[in-house]
Design a protein around this ligand. Structure first.
Ligand SMILES: Cc1cc2nc3c(=O)[nH]c(=O)nc-3n(C[C@H](O)[C@H](O)[C@H](O)COP(=O)(O)O)c2cc1C
Length: 189
């Protein structure tokens, strides 16, 4: 069950970002505690205010501001029960695969030792590109080498790998169902 879970949503720069607004609203209806990080590119597609409004939560965009009380990317990584990166752009996937942490989302991802669900969304050729496939494989291999939830990671990952082959693939209902299923599997472990 998702109720009262802390979900940290990372939004990167792809046209599917607007679909994630609806996902936020669905998550809120399930009483999920939500916090959101957007990349600079993501804010070109959807205004952070829209995410703030639909998610009724804080939206972080600037890695270097407001650290007087806490270092946000470290605290957010601690706070999360689950980190969801949706949409995950080819660029963000590439950087995640190589440990690059040059923005808020990527720094938090690197600091996060919790479960991570990634929803790649991009043009078919971008997805099929050898570099993207290589980067996805690196991430999948990383997941397999982690903790006891690795297979679930991989299942969700593969599902999206198979289905998210174009811009308007099955966000957000299917994604929500996957997260739900994931939480259920985790609880029975
Ligand atoms: C109109 C437009 C649509 C785009 N859609 C996507 C997309 O769906 N998926 C993707 O991976 N990149 C897409 N891009 C390219 C990314 O926005 C670009 O690679 C950007 O640097 C990603 O930055 P980020 O990963 O830091 O968010 C699009 C670019 C434009 C101008």
């Amino acid at each position: 069950m998702l109720e009262n879970k802390n979900i940290l949503l990372g939004v990167s720069g792809g046209i599917a970002a607007y679909k994630v607004l609806d996902l936020c609203s669905r998550l809120k209806k399930r009483n999920v505690n939500l916090k959101i990080i957007m990349t600079k590119s993501a804010t070109e597609f959807v205004n952070p205010l829209s995410f703030e409004t639909m998610g009724r939560c804080i939206v972080y965009t600037d890695l270097f501001s407001g650290h007087h009380e806490e270092v946000h990317h470290i605290e957010l990584a601690r706070w999360a029960d689950l980190m969801l990166i949706a949409p995950a752009s080819a660029n963000t996937i590439a950087k995640m695969a190589h440990g690059i942490a040059d923005n808020f989302l990527l720094s938090t991802y690197l600091a996060c030792d919790k479960d991570v669900v990634i929803a790649p969304a991009m043009n078919t050729n971008m997805l099929k590109a050898k570099a993207t496939q290589r980067n996805l494989k690196i991430l999948k291999d990383d997941f397999f080498s982690q903790s006891n939830t690795e297979v679930v990671h991989s299942l969700i990952f593969c599902q999206y790998l198979k289905t998210q082959t174009h811009l308007f693939s099955p966000f957000p209902k299917t994604l929500l169902e996957s997260i739900n299923k994931y939480q259920d599997i985790k609880q029975t472990k």
